[in-house]
Ligand binder design. Structure first.
Ligand code: PRP
Ligand code: URA
Length: 209
């Protein structure tokens, strides 16, 4: 079964408070999401493999570690996932970026796929699916399915905020996928919004309604 990690670093919690606050405007919201994404990327890359190299310091020959060059891929779910992508790329600029376009039908809450464009070698890459919100889990489940259908083998899911319902649904549908969060909230309301959540992530990022 997939594991769930909540990155509750004080800086992440602090920034998340202002992300949640309804009085935070679009510009600041976007900046904070970007910053939290960078902090989460720092945590999620903790287990990247290293390889030893020999270097010359000004004083002597030394053995030291560099990243072993694992192939990574970021897969933002459009559109709100885009808000976290640059923040992650700050730390792992060599990652390739694929896009999965989904929106949640407001009546049925079912995800509707409208766009998929991926790196050609996704089967060799460790993919991180990115979306600020994991609510019913429908969008993440569908996006992960879209990747697996095209050959992806190693997938992680990274979200700002999740509802327990969404976490359970992803674990059930994709038991091989670990989930990384900044917060695990209380529940969903009758409209499928996360409580307390932050409202509609896409609308708050892009100033739409
Ligand atoms: C939001 C969010 C997730 C989805 C989560 O996207 O960014 O993709 O809802 O809900 P779920 O877990 O119940 O599927 P939305 O459908 O509003 O599209 P947008 O990103 O284009 O605003
Ligand atoms: N999508 C959002 O943007 N927010 C929620 O609370 C649930 C789904």
């Amino acid at each position: 079964m997939g594991k769930v990690y909540v990155f509750d670093h004080p800086l992440i919690q602090h920034k998340l408070t202002f992300i949640r606050d309804k009085s935070t405007g679009t510009k600041e919201f976007r900046e904070l999401v970007d910053e939290v994404a960078t902090l989460m990327a720092f945590e999620i890359t903790r287990d990247l493999p290293l390889q030893e190299v020999t270097i010359e310091t000004p004083v002597e020959t030394a053995k030291s570690n560099v990243l072993a060059g694992k192939k990574l891929g970021l897969i933002p779910i459009l559109r709100a996932g885009l808000g976290m992508t640059d923040g992650i790329l700050q730390l792992i600029p060599a990652a390739k970026v694929g896009h999965v376009g989904l929106y949640r039908d407001p009546e049925t809450l079912q995800p509707v796929e409208y766009y998929v464009k991926l790196p050609s070698d996704i089967e060799e890459r460790e993919l991180i699916v990115i979306d600020p919100m994991l609510a019913t889990g429908g969008s993440a489940i569908e996006a992960i399915q879209a990747l697996k259908k095209r050959g992806a083998k190693q997938i992680r899911l990274m979200c700002l905020i999740a509802a327990p319902e969404g976490v359970e649904a992803v674990k059930e549908a994709h038991p091989d996928v670990d989930i990384y969060l900044a917060a695990l909230d209380e529940k969903l309301n009758e409209k499928g919004y996360i409580i307390p959540g932050l409202g509609d992530a896409g609308d708050r990022l892009y100033g739409t309604k």
